[in-house]
Design a protein around this ligand. Sequence first.
Ligand code: MN
Length: 754
Amino acid sequence: MTSEQESVQEIVTPRYTLNEEQEKKEIIRQYRALLRSLRPKLKKGDKELVRHAFEMAAEAHKTMRRKSGEPYILHPIAVAQICIEEIGLGVRSTICALLHDTVEDTDITLEDIEREFGTEIAKIVDGLTKIANVIDNNTSQQAENFKKILLTLTDDPRVILIKLADRLHNMRTLDSMKREKQLKISSETVWVYAPLAHRMGLYSIKTELEDLSMKYMEPEAYRDIARKLAETKRERTRYINEFIKPLKEKLTAGEFDFEIYGRPKSIHSIWNKIKKKGVTFEEVYDLFAIRIILNSPPEKEKEDCWKVYSLITDEYNPSPERLRDWLSNPKSNGYEALHTTVMGPQGKWVEVQIRTKRMNEIAEKGLAAHYKYKEGTGEEDRFDKWFGQIREVLATPTTDGIDFLQDFKTSFLAEEIYVYTPKGEVKMLPTGSTALDFAFAIHSAIGTKCIGAKVHHKLVPISHKLRSGDQVEIITSHKQKPSEDWLSIVVTAKAKNKIKDALREEKRKIADDGKYILQRKIEGMGAAFTPGNIEEIVHFYKLPSQLDLLYKIAIKSIDLKELKDFHVLGDRLEPPKPKPVVIEHNHAADNHQKTIPKKDSELIIFGESSDKIMYTLAKCCNPIPGDDVFGFVSTGKGLIIHRTNCPNAAQLLANYGHRIVKTKWAKNKEISFLTGLKIVGLDDVGVIHKITHIISGEMKINIAALTIESSEGLFQGSVKVYVHDKEELEELVQRLKSLQGIQTVDRFDAEENK
Ligand code: MN
């Protein structure tokens, strides 16, 4: 029983220096370790099968090496090891993991695998191969790829679990990749894979994926927090021991079979808190959580957890708002536990998580552990339900992959709330769901007729955001029909798709009237109402489709006056010759965009060559020279430069990889950039003078704006300055910090109204 289990790990890939003989030994050593982990699960004949898969993969990858220089086969072995140890998968998944890259990268075909290992394994490997295929293809969009992953996921969840193991190992060994590859893979990981791991109930994998991504995307913040965590460890351990001591005594006296320890929160989650709440590391109160794991028989699990809750709250006072009962209503990723936050010694809030061994295994191994406990209970499976919902959404064809990914994230990967129907039936909905989402969750016929709802008997509009525990009654009217703005009210993919369907249907009905008007018009001109002639008109008005033309005619946004300029040749219509158009030159960005080489975009150095390449600095993150940046080729605005730690970076890198251009700053002392600093300190006479003296007097930096507010002896100032690069900014920050009475100096993005 350790007081604090460290989750912080620094992964270093050693430079590869083994000779051939040593390499062979290393491969065998890793393979043996794999077999050892698998031993408890091996049935008769399994060992031979695993060996066969290993030999086949080793032979196929024989000449290949990873970026780090090590033999390729070590990767599939490591992925298989993760599948067994960290996800809890069995023999068949191990075989698939060993073979997962063979069809993609070697001469082995799916037929070979099916012949040697049967259909079940061939199908999974096929799923993994398809994924590899689309992911490695730079030109197609990540979102489309992800859609394909999901299609295979619903066939056999093991595909996604092995894929997550693959991604985890790639993240653990990302050091040897090039910087921009690291950024792209990391963004994809936080954007899609970590939420997916979370949704699969794989908490520790999710956490590690997030921490590793952060290590590459936010190296400074990552190292900073890791260092502070290490520095404060001793102090924290002392506190945890003090906190735990009376609880241990009580639990022992109560004859519980238990384990109790403190666990640091992940670097990524601490960082999120710092960002979201605008606090410093020292002010984050929950740097760790206390975990109590009980060894209880199945029939006493819930009772024991509550008994322990009662013991804890006898000792420490709980915060009533922070009780989370996932015993009665487990999350739909299977998570069960009782969380409470209590007032510990020295007036500090401490989160305590109470769960049983079984619940703990589910919390750590998610889906796989869940299946293990479910076997033979006949209980309805949450995952099955979830897969069913995904399948339903995938069945509806959507046009835009990015839209799909966004919808998927908000409706399937978000945290959930549970709401009740008037009869007391529970519905799980993603956080942010509205009354309208709920109506569609019940039935699409109810959704399309929804005019409002009653939450706890109180009337609310359809846009009302629901909260856990709400009891909702939907009010419908047969006169109601969906409108365009409904799309912005709902968050679930199901509701979105149903609304789009209804809108399309409505448009088609209206377009029928337009068809009649158009027919009369064309025939009145002496031409024929043929698809060819209609197409000419669609083209003339620059519309995307016939449906749009007919619809616009019906709602009178096109009056067909221009048809009088058409020529009638026999029964054919011919559009008038286009008038000469004056080309305007105000779209400078569009022209400059062409100067960006499309393929193999080399390093773009701007600053010096800014006259050649048109670029703008993103408003969302206001980069300045020295910041780690990338370029995004936008439609219309040319190249936009973002900081790699911009709030929008992950989304852009993950979805539009092909539009990202490597960029680096060139030294240029002529141009300066607007940025902002927030200064907090003790209010003292002359503080403004001291600050301005440093900025404009000592450092000769131009001030764009300066505001100071003070109250109760403290002042808060915000100053906007023009700096040349990050170095200069850092020096300024250092000098300001060294002023007496100044507590913090932080950068903020100058365009924001802070
Ligand atoms: Mn792989």
